[in-house]
Design a protein around this ligand. Sequence first.
Ligand SMILES: Nc1nc2c(ncn2[C@@H]2O[C@H](COP(=O)(O)OP(=O)(O)OP(=O)(O)O)[C@@H](O)[C@H]2O)c(=O)[nH]1
Ligand SMILES: [Mg+2]
Length: 461
Amino acid sequence: MFDTLSGRLQGALGDLRKRGRLDEEAISRAMREVRLALLEADVNFEVVKDFVAKVRERALGQDVRKSVTPGQQVVKIVHDELTELMGSGDSRLAFASRPPTVVLLAGLQGSGKTTAAAKLGLLLRKEGRKPGLVAADLKRPAAIDQLEQLGRELQVPVFSEERADPVAAATQGVERAREEGLDTVIVDTAGRLHVDEELMDELVAVRDATRPTNVLLVLDSMTGQDAVRVAEAFAERVAFDGVVLTKLDGDARGGAALSVKAVTGRPIKLASVGERLDQLEYFHPDRMASRILGMGDVLTLVEKAEAAVDKDEAEEMERRLMKGEFSFDDFLRSYKMLRRMGPLQGVLKLIPGLGSQLEGLDEVDERQLARVEGIVLSMTPQERRFPHVIDGSRRQRIAKGSGTTVQQVNQLLEARKQMAKMVKQMGKGKMPALPGQPVQNGPTRSATKKRKSKRKKKTRR
Ligand SMILES: Nc1nc2c(ncn2[C@@H]2O[C@H](COP(=O)(O)OP(=O)(O)OP(=O)(O)O)[C@@H](O)[C@H]2O)c(=O)[nH]1
Ligand SMILES: [Mg+2]
């Protein structure tokens, strides 16, 4: 996501970070780089001008000059301003006090409306709501099929009226959803090639008939500034409450995400970060700013983990880990949890300090995980629980059974050992060091302090 922008911004600020003191010249140079990086990412020209002026002014201010870490301060300012730019407001949807809440999705052809409708249905269902989908796109014959198929896959009911006009289809759909006791209704509308009058009128009519709680404009982030211009044109005709930004997994440069709020005054509410149906997230400007600056996104990581991990399973595992056990069954289980959290590379990027080191890490892929699974499954239950019994001949047998080499089996045995060690440390309150990060271990440091002060007291006596 925004890899080029991210790399260039980190490059521009990296030099400042290392310096003990900042002069105007260094700041000016960094700001020139930031400006170029943003323009290259297809961010709106006016937006860039404003942004750089604000950061520059704050960077030259007293707070930074007096700081012991001026470079870090500037990075923080950039982070704050990026957050502000993408909207510091609330990314949540509005919910009607009397259900159903109606969410109307509008946007150009192919921007991702139908997919986003289905993904939003899944997201809401996971939150414990009862969502339904309404097909109000009668322009394309296959549109209803597409929505129905997605609904079936996700077990979200779909309401469609083949012969009605869009306004009738939408109203009847919402009505039927209400009758069935659903609390959120997502209305998928017809796409338009460009902002044309006829379809705009249709959209306005559908809106007036269904009185949506949220009108969301779906924008394809790959189209950069075009997306922003589309948003401007929509805003003139159909007031929308927020934006759904799609295809952030493609080679989107970031322009749309960074400009749309400033240009239209409407916040991004949701972002689609991948093709899989569970890859729609609420948009958090501060977290996005952290990701862009390579600072990781621990909050999203924690949320993903919570969603992927079965609580009982995790507690059971924790209990055993605390006792110092870490069998291959545990190993396999944690691998599987990681897998449930989505494509590995995406997950790893959320870890602070790791993002920028992931170049060429495409090889950490599903195949590798499958191999690990194969090796563990070739072990006997006893071997999985007590890995120390795995001697040379057993290693050979396991390699044969899993279609791998003894060397690969050895690697895995070593990996488990390392992980067990790490887990043991964590059990004692130490944080394992992440690659590229200095060791930071809160509890232990204070423990050493205590010990030191005790010693001092002793010597005083
Ligand atoms: N990679 C990726 N592809 C996406 C994403 N969202 C949608 N797509 C793809 O984009 C194409 C268009 O998506 P649709 O949801 O059909 O778009 P639409 O706005 O409903 O299109 P119309 O109904 O024709 O106006 C499909 O091939 C989707 O699979 C995304 O977040 N990432
Ligand atoms: Mg569609």
